[in-house]
Write a protein that binds this ligand. Structure first.
Ligand code: SAH
Ligand code: TYD
Length: 400
């Protein structure tokens, strides 16, 4: 981000494109890259060391649909209401969302009759949003896209991005675009998995091709300052295993909330981006891998049935790093039609419909979608009632 030197602290090995689910009869060669993470010795940004070309990840068949979780639907409805109440109160307010996916957030803005535009390169999910009446531009947001939007629609009061900015290596272009498309007093609000939570919980599966950056208040403040912006607010979120919502405004345009100083101080106190902290995280990750493999091998030897739940992008990292294949896990259930009938990337676990989970219930279920644990465990309460146990690996390997 700043041109400083990167120091590698974690190598998760050879990994596929995390959302590249494969037809069982596919014959084309799978794409692999080295999934390794480093931190910048100057600005402290934590990031991947290798970049996967964006067209390999985000395309017409991108299978992730944001509306698949009821908790996330509620989260984004609340987010939209907040913008409608606090930022989009003018006569002709305008909100742009980067990575609007299937319209899970913009739906509420659209229903309120407020001017909006979703920028979404993955045409399939964008089409789903269009079906809800949402305005979508099929494009990668970058400087050129932003200039076109500003020329055609005018400047935006809010630019919002959830679980999207961390997917974008080319931040200089993004910020030149934000400068072109935001009004003078406008805000750029984005939320992404928080490095503080990832390190605390050793949730190493947040690391995969799409997640290029792992932000902290400190690295975001440095990023903003490079581009004439300022970090004016932060909010910790519980969704997706722990995130932070960052609010950026042009320097001096808005007062800086106390929460910013508090989070910066907390990060310094924890030594969050110190080499020793990140090295200790890497050591914990290797221990979790060893424990998880040992548990799965033991359960298999004892003759127990074990399946997996939720073919998340995150699970590509776990399965490929730990070497979990169909010999240990016969299938993974998932509600996403585009994933069903396919094989998980690299590890080749068959993805099946959720009804397979109950017929009959397995002895154990590896919860790949651990970030939706509450929602899933309550929906699947009959599994535990039948004597079944969930296997979790965040923040350590344990049974529930
Ligand atoms: N905001 C949704 C979707 C997150 S998935 C949610 O929080 O659930 C990330 C999305 O970002 C994908 O739909 C992907 O197609 C999109 N994306 C990737 N690069 C982008 C870019 N440069 N501009 C806009 N969207 C992008
Ligand atoms: P998620 O953890 O949101 O994201 P990522 O793919 O980025 O790691 O993915 C959740 C996956 O789990 C998604 O494929 C849908 C699936 N899922 C279920 O199968 N059942 C459920 O009840 C929920 C909430 C999700």
């Amino acid at each position: 981000m700043c041109g400083g030197a990167l120091r590698e602290f974690l190598d998760l090995g050879r990994q596929p494109v995390s959302d590249a689910f494969r037809a069982p009869d596919a014959t084309d060669e799978e794409f692999f890259f080295r999934l390794a993470v480093g931190h910048c010795t100057e600005c402290t940004m934590v990031q991947l060391l290798e970049e996967v070309p964006r067209e390999k990840m985000f395309h017409a068949d991108y299978p992730y649909h944001s509306s698949g979780s009821s908790v996330m639907r509620e989260h984004f409805t609340r987010t939209a209401r907040h913008f409608l109440d606090c930022e989009l109160t003018g006569e002709d307010s305008f909100l742009v969302e980067l990575g609007c996916n299937d319209g899970v957030m913009l739906r509420t803005v659209h229903e309120a009759g407020v001017r909006h535009l979703g920028v979404e390169p993955s045409a399939g999910v964008g089409e789903v949003a269009r079906g809800k009446g949402i305005r979508v531009r099929t494009a990668f947001f970058e400087e050129s896209t932003a200039r076109e939007i500003a020329a055609e629609d005018g400047r935006a009061d809010v630019v919002y991005a959830a679980n999207t900015l961390c997917h974008i290596p080319y931040l200089d272009s993004i910020f030149r675009g934000l400068d072109a498309v935001l009004t003078g007093g406008g805000v750029f609000v984005f939320e992404d998995p928080y490095l503080g939570d990832i390190v605390e919980r050793a949730s190493f599966d947040q690391i995969y091709d799409e997640h290029f950056y792992f932000f902290t208040a400190r690295s975001v403040a440095a990023l903003a300052a490079r581009h004439g912006f300022e970090l004016v607010d932060v909010e910790r979120l519980t969704v997706h295993g722990g995130e932070v919502r960052y609010t950026l405004a042009r320097k001096g345009a808005r007062p800086v909330a106390e929460a910013v100083g508090a989070l910066l101080a907390e990060e310094t106190e924890r030594g969050l981006t110190e080499p020793a902290t990140l090295d200790a995280f890497a050591t914990r990750v290797a221990a979790i891998r060893d424990q998880l493999i040992a548990l799965l091998v033991k359960l298999k030897e004892e003759g127990h049935s074990v399946v997996a739940y939720g073919a998340t992008a995150k699970s590509a990292t776990v399965a490929n790093y730990c070497g979990i294949g169909p010999d240990l896990i016969p299938f993974v259930t998932d509600t996403t039609p585009a994933k069903q009938g396919k094989l998980t990337p690299g590890s080749h676990l068959p993805v099946v419909t959720p009804d397979r989970f109950a017929s009959p219930y397995p002895d154990y279920a590896l919860l790949f979608a651990w970030n939706h644990a509450e929602e899933i465990m309550s929906k699947e309460s009959a599994f535990r009632a039948s004597g079944g146990k969930w296997i979790l690996y965040v923040p350590d390997v344990h049974l529930v």
